[in-house]
Design a protein around this ligand. Structure first.
Ligand code: NI
Length: 169
């Protein structure tokens, strides 16, 4: 947080299935895995392109955590389904060590492309919808603290959740 690239509107990808695009996605994948994140956007590794990846697998330590399919999503378009908002705790690899409560659309439709140019068209709700909205915000220069409407619910992860293991993103 503080790097101007995180405040820019990222540029659309025009060519799919290129060595540059595959290398970018590999870098993003490796960074997300190393930091145990739920998702990452290209601007977070300094590349202002409309590429996000996300995914949450099963974890025996968190049997109640909602799983999210591993997805490469390029040039995404999000359309909320209804006006319903849900609050939930979020963190971000670009805002390390912190958590805040962010309102997000409860349900949405999203479209885009994978790294090979194959179309993606899905409905999402709950944590899946939250992750998509968080990651796609990065493509428009928005970090989650900008969406917090009650700053009394924003703080350091180890103070908010003492003794708990909490994912970095
Ligand atoms: Ni983030």
């Amino acid at each position: 947080m503080g790097d101007p690239v995180l405040l820019q509107k990222a540029e659309a990808v025009v060519q799919f299935d290129t060595p540059e695009l595959h290398a970018l996605i590999q870098d993003m994948h490796d960074t997300m895995a190393a930091m145990d994140g739920a998702g990452i956007a290209a601007p977070q590794i300094g590349v202002s392109r409309r590429v996000v990846i996300f995914g949450v697998g099963s974890n025996p330590r968190y049997p109640d955590a909602e799983q999210v399919p591993y997805t490469v999503l390029i040039n995404p378009v999000l359309t909320p389904l209804g006006e319903d908002l849900e609050e939930g705790w979020e963190g971000c690899l670009s805002v390390p060590g912190m958590r805040g409560v962010v309102p997000r659309y409860a349900r949405l439709h999203y479209t885009g492309f994978d790294q090979f140019g194959q179309p993606i068209d899905r409905m999402a709700s709950g944590f899946h919808a939250r992750v998509v909205q968080h990651e796609c915000d990065h493509l428009d220069g928005i970090l989650y603290p900008m969406r917090i409407d009650d700053l009394s619910r924003f703080g350091f992860t180890d103070v908010l959740f003492p003794g708990q293991q909490v994912q970095d993103d």
